[in-house]
Design a protein around this ligand. Structure first.
Ligand code: GDP
Ligand code: MN
Length: 399
């Protein structure tokens, strides 16, 4: 789960990271009021969306008066901010953060990530702050410094000092760097984060080390033990299809194609998507029903996939171990009876109780296209989809 910049700053401040003074606003009037309350002469108005690259997309504006704050907000509120991280649809701006502007002397990139190769938390930093890490690694790879944290002992101060020196931070500020790095590390581990990124971490003209931007991502599977973090969820920033699924306890990933996929297990989902692509189609999503899915759960999954307006065919691919093919079949039949479906439905079942499952599908009298293997299922799904397209059938699942 992602959180907003202002939330990440509040979290990190709780771990000793210095952040600029700021205030949240839900309207232009409130933004101007909160800036006056804060005092000062220059402020930065920042659109709160779950994506970086806002600066270049018009989501970060430096203002020198109430009027300018009002104008900046008028432009931002309600807009769909499109940055290189949001995808073409952009993300809605419903909150802005107003900060006291900071005089920047230097910008540093700082990121904490989980490194798969070392299976450790890795700190990635660069003296070329302000640029995105992708740009830095393409254009200035030699500027990147890394440190790996040994979990048995945690992040050591000497590693932080070493990193500060490599980044060319002057000796008088090294202690502030240590505090910042240790704060981020503690927030990362204690809150089960999967990513902390501060870009830029700035050194101000008056020699302070401040996190000017902050991004945090948390492990969804650990949210249950961090209610204060779970509470920061903002559904307006999520793919509505994925948010609806999450509310129903289903794992759903929205994609751009037309074939809806209902599968069990992430590995099978990957294989199913590859096979669809090899057959000339594009998946619209994948929905993982997990293990031990009841007919009700399968039916729920089915309705969810059908509610996606991009879905023009549905492929059910279940390899049942813990699952039962007969329950899956019952779920499919239940859903097709409840919801009027006018897109082709292809079902491939294998594993536990497969014969019972096939019988249920056959007896239902519903126009379900059956397949025995994954490649056959993918070919039939793509074939049925193309056939419907060429016949000009209006393909919408109506509920
Ligand atoms: P992002 O584009 O979404 O990563 O948003 P950032 O919060 O990183 O802001 C983009 C850029 O705006 C930063 O890299 C800074 O150069 C600039 N910026 C943000 N806040 C301030 C500020 O307080 N003072 C000054 N001078 N520049 C700022
Ligand atoms: Mn940034």
């Amino acid at each position: 789960m992602d959180i907003h910049e202002y939330q990440a700053k509040e979290v990190l401040a709780g771990f000793g990271v210095t952040v600029p003074e700021g205030a949240l606003a839900y309207s232009p009037e409130q933004a101007a009021y909160r800036a006056r309350e804060m005092g000062g002469e220059r402020w930065v108005v920042k659109a709160q969306v779950h994506a970086g690259g806002r600066g270049k997309a018009g989501g970060v504006k430096v203002c020198a008066s109430d009027v300018e704050i009002g104008e900046a907000c008028e432009d931002m509120f309600g807009m769909k901010l499109v940055t290189h991280q949001t995808g073409p649809d952009g993300k809605g701006v419903y909150r802005v953060y107003v900060e006291a502007a900071v005089p920047i002397a230097r910008e540093i990139y700082l990121g904490f990530v989980l490194d798969r190769t070392t299976q450790r938390i890795m700190i990635v930093a660069s003296a070329e702050g302000g640029m995105e890490i992708e740009e830095i690694s393409a254009e200035k790879p030699e500027s990147i410094v890394r440190a790996v944290v040994e979990p048995a002992v945690g992040l050591r101060d000497f590693q932080c000092r070493q990193m500060a020196f490599k980044l060319g931070v002057e000796p008088a500020l090294v202690q502030q760097m240590v505090r910042t790095l240790q704060g981020c590390y503690r927030a990362f581990t204690e809150l089960d984060a999967t990513m902390v990124e501060i870009n830029p971490l700035v050194i101000t003209e008056d020699s302070r080390v401040i996190a000017l931007d902050a991004k945090m991502t948390f492990d969804d599977n650990a949210l249950f033990r961090h209610p204060q973090i779970a509470e920061l969820r903002d559904k307006s920033q999520e793919d509505p299809r994925e948010a609806r699924a999450a509310d129903r306890g289903l794992n759903y990933i929205g994609l751009d194609g037309n074939i809806g996929c209902i599968v069990n297990g992430a590995g099978l989902a990957m294989a199913t998507m590859d096979t669809i692509k090899m057959a000339g189609g594009e998946p619209a999503n994948f929905l993982d029903i997990g293990g031990g899915a009841t007919p009700e759960r399968v039916a729920k999954a089915f309705r969810l996939v059908l509610s996606d307006k991009n879905v023009q065919a549905v492929l059910v691919n279940i390899f049942a171990g813990i699952n039962r093919c007969d329950w899956v079949a019952e779920g499919v039949v239940q859903a097709l009876r409840d919801v009027k479906v006018d897109v082709p439905v292809i079902v491939r079942l294998a594993g536990t109780n497969v014969d019972e499952g096939q019988k249920i599908l056959a007896k239902s009298g519903l126009p379900i296209i059956r397949a025995n293997t994954l490649s056959q299922a993918a070919e039939r799904a793509v074939g049925a989809w193309k056939n419907d397209l060429s016949q000009g059938v209006t393909m919408r699942a109506v509920s």
